[in-house]
Design a protein around this ligand. Sequence first.
Ligand code: HXC
Length: 260
Amino acid sequence: MIFKEGILEGKTALVTGGGTGIGQAISLALARAGCDVALASRDPAHLDETRALVETLGRRSIAMACDVRDAALVDALVARVAGEWNRLDVLVNNAAGNFLCPAEKLSPNGFRSVIEIDLVGTFQCSRAVFPLLSVRGGSIINITSTLDYQGVPMQVHAGSAKAGIDAMTRHLASEWGPRGIRVVAIAPGPVGDTEGMRRLGGGREAAIAESIPLRRLGRRDDIASMVVYLASDAGAWITGTSIVIDGGQRLKSSFLDVQA
Ligand code: HXC
C-alpha cells in the first residue's frame, strides 16, 4: 500500500463481496486508509475473518449477509449502514458470479444468474446508496473486467454483464455528477489468488503470467490501491471512465503476434 495511512480518515465504505478475494483486499486497504468498512456477502461465513481484520486495524465494521440480486436485502443492508453510521462515502460494487461455459450450452437461467449478480446487483446497490452518498458527495467504484474488451469464448454471460456495468458507470456518472457522486470502474486483468482465477485460470497461472508484458499476474492489492486512490481526493476529478489494471495483458492480441 503506497498511500499515506489515514487518507480516508473519518469516511465510511460499503464493499459487496467484501470478505474474500479482491473484495477482501479492498476492504482492508480502505480500513488501512482510515475508513470504517461495511462488508456484504451472500455467504455470511465469508465475512468473519475480514471483519475481524478491519477491527484489528482500529476501524468499525458491519458484516451482513446480502444477495445483491435481492433488492429488499440490498435496501436492508443500506438501511443498517444508515442506522449505525448515518453516513456513506464509498460504495464498491465488487460482488460477481462467473463460470466457464460455451454459449450454446449456457441455459437462459445461467446467463440470467450472472447478469443479475453483476449488472442488476450493481444497479440495485448504487440506487440504494444514492440518498446517503448525495448528502456529502462520494464515490461508487465498480469492479469489472478486461475480458469484455477482448471478447472471449465461454464468457458471454460475464462479459455482457461487465460491459453493461461499463455503460452504467458512464450513465450514472453523468446523471449523479451534479450531486457530487463520482462513478468509476476498475477493469482488472488476471489477478492471482482469487475465486475468478480459480474458476477461469484452469491451473495455467504460470503461462498466463508469462504472456503478460509485466510478466506477472495481478495482485489483489494492485486493484485495492486504485480503489483507495479513486475514493480519496487524489481521484477528485475522475468520473465516468474505466481504468484498466492488467500489466498490459490486453495489448497481447495483435495480428502480428500470429506465428507463420
Ligand atoms: C453452466 C452453470 C454453471 C456452470 C451454474 N450454472 N454453474 N451453467 N456451467 N459451471 C447455471 C445453473 O445450471 C443454473 O441454470 C444457473 O446457472 C444458476 O445456478 P445456481 O447454482 O442455482 O446459481 P447460484 O447458486 O445463484 O450461483 C451463482 C453462480 C455461481 C454465478 C452460478 O457460479 C456462483 O455463486 N458464483 C459466485 C462466486 C464467483 O463466481 N466468483 C467468481 C467471480 S469471477 P439452470 O438453467 O440449470 O437453472 C469474475 C471475473 C470476471 O467475476 C470476468 C468477467 C468477464
